[in-house]
Structures are given as structure tokens and as C-alpha cells.
Ligand binder design. Structure first.
Ligand code: XLS
Ligand code: NI
Ligand code: NI
Length: 437
């Protein structure tokens, strides 16, 4: 039964098209730098925002109808959501989805019953996956909504709560493995604190690492060969979240010996909440060999919270795709961890939002490829460090110089030349002319 009646399969029509339900830039077959767009951009649908969220906020109830013709909260509804999700992805040509355990079934009071429901729904999802060829990008356990997690999951002060976190991780890993998921994700949820008056940070961080270690050991024991991800976020819901940003998360993973099994899932809006650009956290992850996947969205520079908007800022998507191309692509994908604004409450809005997001990333890809193929930016960057290619610079790089020798070199020189202009404005004008020229 068709759920999104009147919504056709979304096709590429080109930038001149005025048709709302068409791609203007995302042309899956178009080859960019030797690869079709669909391979550059493995898009994923986020189950929670798209299929579950109704626009509930602190000030009012839901406004969007996500019942999909079923009684809400029952297993019948869970199945209707699967039907809706797969029809949605098929109509947009999206190849992957991401989910939390409690997105796909209503949580029961008893964990045994929740797990039974998860078995049932994952059979149904698997069937749909076989019919459509759509795959699972990553799964995760929601360890932040249920009241038991008010003080965190791995970081909870209660050992019983820690066990429930472990139980959920185990089951979510089982389901992710069953669905052939590429990765398993930990987003910090409530792993953080409000005040140091009641928090033992060292103890909590060690415990989070213990939970992650157990997850890796268990995952490998059941034959899960995918990556584990940490998704950094600096704040919200907690005042301070432990996985603050990419650099902090990488330090944590290395400290606890988790860096061989984990990579990062970088979310645009989380990077900007941490006071970085999206590009910054992508670069930090990539240069450490830990760029796994992306939660594609954008924040609002005037607001201090995670607005999870669909990406439309093409400067940001361009610099994102520049980093992704430079890193040789993603092993993960682009998961739209994004929601329509509350007044955009219709089913058609869900499609329009994904079209915006997919087109914005496609534009970013096209412009990033132009910047790379043009070569002026890369050439400038390489030349900027040319003083290390020969002479004393090379000696430094080769590790053959001593502090005394460099001091003697400086003595002899008396005064160095200024290091050369950074030419930022020139470089920015190159980017503009490539984007709009
Ligand atoms: C919340 C996070 C969350 C994760 C998955 O801010 O972005 O949605 O991606 O738990
Ligand atoms: Ni977010
Ligand atoms: Ni996210």
C-alpha cells in the first residue's frame, strides 16, 4: 500500500527546473573526478527524525502526523513505519538508513519484551532490505531517553543502570549485525555532567571506556567486522559532554586502546557547537585516519543549540566535500541527522527537505571537485611550506637538526624574513569565482 500518495519517484531535472519534487544538482549517474555521484554520496535516512519525530518541543506537542495509518505505539505502527521508511528511501533513491533500537519498536517496561519486539521488527526490516536493496549504514542504542539514563549510561553512578546500557548495546549490536550494518555508533547521549560537585569525571570516563571495550569484544565475537563510531558533541543534553569534539574523542580512544576499532562520525551542527567549523572536525578526523562517517545537517549561527537543520549552506557543504575528496571518500556515508522545521509538518515537506539536503551536498561535491581540479589552492598550500623542502628546513623534517644547531643558524641570520603572505582573501576569491563563475 502506498503511503506517500501523490509523491512520485524523485528524478534529476537540472538546475533550471522549477519543479519542487525534483533534484536540481544530485544526478546519481554524473561522474565527478572519476566516480558517479551516487558513489561519492552514499546517503542515509535517519529513522528517528524522519520516521518518528513529530515536532514535539519544550513548548508544544507534535504537529506532524507520523502514524502512517496505524495506531501509534503498537507493533502495527512499528511496521507501518518500516513501510513508510522504505517507500520514502526508494522514492528518493537513498541507499542506506541509520537507527536507534527504540526508533524501530516501542520500548516495553520489561527489556525481554523490548528485545522480542526487536527480533520481530528486524525480520520485517530484513525482508524489505532484500526486496529493495537498501542497506543499513549504522545502528545504535538509545541510552539517553529512558529515565534510567538520567545520569548517563556508561557514566551512570548506578551499576544496575550500567548493566541495562550493556544489555541495550548487546541487543542493538545483534540487530545491527543481523541487518548487515556497516558500523555501530556511540553518541554520548547523557555521558557528561552538570556539576563537578557530584561527578567523578575520571571514574565516569573509565567506565565509558569499559562499556565500549565490552562492546568491541562482544561485537567481534559474533562476527561483526564493521567499524565502531563515536559521534562527538560538546554540550546538550548535558552542560558538558565528554566526547566534546573530534580531537577530544580521538584522545579518549587512544588513551583507552580503542583507536583500532573506532572511527568518528562527525556531525556538522556538533562541530559548530564546539566552536569549530564543520570542516575543522572533518580535517582533524581525517588526518588521524579516523574519518568514518558524517551526520549531515547544519546549525544556526545565531542559536546555541543543536537545531539539526537540513544543510543548505553551500559554502559549508563545499568545504565538507573538499575534505571528503581529499580523504579519499568515506567508508561510512552521509546520514541526514536533520529535521524539518516545526511548521514544515506535511509529508511532502519530508521529501522537500531531503531534496534540499541531497542537492546541497551534490553542489558541494561539484564545487569541491572544481577547487581541486583548478589546483590553485592546493598549489598555494604546498608552496607555503616550501622552506622545509631543502636546507635547514629539510634537516628539521628529517629529524637531523639539534636545538643548538638551529640556534647557531638563527645567530648567523640575525633576522629572518617575514614568512610570506597567507593571501587568505585571494584564496577566498578563487573559491567564489569557482563557485559562481
Ligand atoms: C544527537 C545526535 C544523535 C546521534 C544518534 O544530537 O546527533 O541523533 O546521531 O544517537
Ligand atoms: Ni545533532
Ligand atoms: Ni547525530
Amino acid at each position: 500500500m502506498e503511503i506517500f500518495k501523490g509523491i512520485p519517484e524523485i528524478k534529476y531535472e537540472g538546475s533550471q527546473s522549477k519543479k519542487p519534487l525534483a533534484f536540481k544538482y544530485y544526478n546519481p549517474d554524473k561522474v565527478v573526478m572519476g566516480k558517479p555521484m551516487r558513489e561519492h554520496l552514499p546517503f542515509a535516512m535517519a529513522w528517528w527524525h524522519n520516521i518518528c519525530a513529530t515536532g514535539v518541543d519544550m513548548f508544544g506537542p507534535g504537529v506532524a502526523d507520523k502514524s502512517f495509518g496505524a495506531v501509534e505505539g503498537a507493533m502495527e505502527h512499528a511496521k507501518a513505519k518500516v513501510d513508510a521508511g522504505f517507500e520514502f528511501m526508494q522514492k528518493l533513491g537513498i541507499g542506506y538508513f541509520c537507527f536507534h533500537d527504540v526508533d524501530i519498536v516501542p520500548e516495553a517496561d520489561d527489556i525481554k519484551e523490548t528485545n522480542r519486539r526487536l527480533d520481530e521488527i528486524s525480520d520485517y526490516i530484513l525482508e524489505k532490505m532484500k526486496q529493495t536493496g537498501i542497506k543499513c549504514l549504522w545502528g545504535t542504542a538509545n541510552m539517553f531517553s529512558n529515565p534510567r539514563f538520567m545520569n548517563g549510561a556508561g557514566s551512570s553512578n548506578s551499576a544496575d543502570v550500567f548493566c541495562f546500557a550493556a544489555a541495550q548495546v548487546k541487543k542493538a549490536l545483534d540487530i545491527t549485525k543481523k541487518l548487515g550494518g556497516k558500523a555501530f555508533l556511540f553518541w554520548g547521549g547523557r555521558e557528561g555532567y552538570e556539576t563537578l560537585l557530584n561527578t567523578d569525571v575520571k571514574f565516569e570516563q573509565e567506565n565509558i571506556a569499559r562499556l565500549m571495550k565490552m562492546a568491541v569484544t562482544y561485537g567481534r565475537s559474533i562476527g561483526f567486522t564493521g567499524d565502531f563510531y563515536i559521534e562527538p558533541k560538546p554540550k546538550e543534553p548535558m552542560k558538558h559532554q565528554y566526547d566534546y569534539d573530534a580531537a577530544t574523542s580521538i584522545g579518549f580512544l587512544r588513551q583507552y586502546g580503542l583507536d583500532q576499532d573506532f572511527k568518528l562520525n562527525i556531525e556538522a551542527n556538533h562541530a559548530t557547537l564546539a566552536g569549530h567549523t564543520f570542516q575543522h572536525d572533518l580535517r582533524i578526523s581525517a588526518m588521524n585516519g579516523m574519518l568514518g562517517s558524517i551526520d549531515a545537517n547544519q546549525g544556526d549561527y545565531l542559536l546555541g543549540w543543536d537545531t539539526d537543520e537540513f544543510p543548505f549552506n553551500v559554502y559549508e557543504t563545499t568545504m565538507c566535500m573538499y575534505e571528503v575528496l581529499k580523504a579519499g571518500g568515506l567508508t561510512g556515508g552521509f546520514n541526514f541527522d536533520a529535521k524539518t522545521r516545526r511548521p514544515s509538518y506535511t509529508h511532502e515537506d519530508m521529501f522537500l527537505a531531503y531534496i534540499l539536503g541531497m542537492d546541497s551536498l551534490a553542489q558541494g561535491l561539484l564545487y569541491a571537485a572544481k577547487i581541486i581540479e583548478d589546483g590553485r589552492v592546493d598549489k598555494f598550500l604546498a608552496e607555503r611550506y616550501a622552506s622545509y623542502n631543502t636546507g635547514i628546513g629539510k634537516k628539521i623534517i628529517d629529524g637531523k637538526a639539534t636545538l643548538e644547531e638551529l640556534a647557531a643558524y638563527a645567530d648567523e641570520l640575525g633576522k629572518p624574513e617575514l614568512p610570506g603572505s597567507g593571501r587568505q582573501e585571494y584564496l577566498e576569491s578563487i573559491v567564489n569565482s569557482l563557485m559562481f563563475g
